[in-house]
Design a protein around this ligand. Structure first.
Ligand code: NI
Length: 371
């Protein structure tokens, strides 16, 4: 292969594309895969990304390895020589590492396809950050009949090359909330003539903070964050409305539904107490991942036997749309340590590319064992 792992990674890092715009990234991946013998490529009708197939010599299981390929609308703030050349767009979630692991994995597995029993699929999935990609891939029905899925995510809380595995959920249910408080505007000097939405919205923000501390079972983990509060535009006018936005993170359905119910109740009743009206919208985002217990056990045992640095997998409050693939094809997502540093989606996030080789070697071996 003419292109080294490092040059592929650096090229991808330099040329990030937003969800739904991964045209060039898809072409580049296809170009890299076309240099490997024994790979067939299929495309999706309703999104970018691709599905590559490596057929073993003997029949057997169908395993899919999924790598997400999109980037974020964040201006990169690193001093890397291969820093993003696309202004305001960057791979600060490490999906460039995922793609490169996928390409290197393809190279390694294609080289031993005469000894493989079964078929390995490499799914290069678009639109993870807007949580649409996995659903589109599932809707394409191209994953039907597959036996097992595997995926990875970079983790900047772990040393480079460490592999973190945990059964059950490792990423959370995501909900997005938007609350519009409708009051009555008036002169700032005459509050008696209006219904102030800012005071009501402030009371709602404070009351929402009691959901996790007073309503959620302390044995469960959950987050309710108000992240956007907007109202008014003048110093002497009480505005007519206020907007709140935020997110809810949970790991189980029961807690998710409990919190949604409390948000509706608190918003409506606090609003009523202040003489205003709250319009609440809560949208379901990705569901929590759910790593298969047996596969996780086997994957830990495989890693230990073969000298990989295995660590317990962290349970994170981030969302991951791989959960929708996992619901279709059971499997496991693994944390790949990329060196400790600024977190995912942080403008200064840097992944140590040394992790790519480890990731590819680990998955190549694990997949051959699982087949
Ligand atoms: Ni990500």
């Amino acid at each position: 292969m003419q292109n080294t792992i490092q040059s592929i990674f650096q090229y991808l890092h330099c040329h990030p594309e937003l969800p739904g715009e991964e045209k060039h990234t898809t072409e580049y991946i296809a170009q890299m895969l076309s240099q490997i013998d024994g790979i067939e490529i299929e495309y999706f009708d309703h999104c970018y990304g691709l599905l590559a197939q490596i057929k073993g010599a003997k029949p057997g299981k169908k395993i899919v390895f999924r790598a997400d390929i999109d980037a974020l609308p964040i201006l990169e703030e690193t001093n890397l020589e291969y820093k993003s050349q696309h202004n305001g767009v960057s791979h600060v979630c490490g999906h460039d590492i995922h793609i490169t692991v996928g390409i290197e994995l393809a190279r390694r597995l294609a080289a031993v396809r005469d000894q493989l029993s079964g078929t390995v699929y490499l799914l290069f999935q678009p639109e993870e950050e807007n949580a649409l990609g996995a659903k589109k891939v599932v809707a394409s029905k191209k994953l039907q009949g597959m036996d097992l899925s595997l995926s990875l995510h970079t983790n900047p809380n772990m040393d480079c090359g460490e592999i973190g595995i945990k059964s059950g959920p490792i990423t959370s249910n995501v909900n997005r909330m938007r609350i519009v408080i409708n009051g009555t505007g008036c002169h700032g000097a005459e509050p008696q003539n209006g219904n102030d939405p800012i005071v009501a919205a402030s009371a709602i923000v404070m009351a929402l903070q009691t959901i996790v501390s007073r309503n959620v079972n302390p044995a469960q983990r959950a987050v309710v964050s108000v992240t956007h509060f907007e109202s008014g535009k003048d110093w002497n006018v009480i505005p007519a409305n206020a907007i709140l936005e935020g997110t809810v993170r949970t790991f189980d359905e029961e807690t998710r539904e409990l919190i949604k119910g409390r948000i509706y109740d608190i918003s409506a009743n606090v609003a009523a107490a202040y003489g205003v009206w709250a319009d609440v919208q809560i949208v379901d985002g990705p569901i929590a991942t759910n790593n298969d217990e047996k596969i996780a056990e086997m994957a830990v045992a495989y890693g230990r036997e073969h000298g990989f640095k295995m660590v317990p997998g962290e349970q994170s409050m981030v969302g991951e749309d791989y959960a929708f693939i996992q619901r279709e094809v059971p499997g496991m997502m693994v944390w790949l340590g990329v060196g400790k540093g600024p977190g995912l989606h942080n403008p200064s996030y840097v992944a140590d590319p040394g992790a790519i080789e480890v990731g590819a070697e680990y998955f190549a071996g694990l997949i051959q064992q699982l087949l």
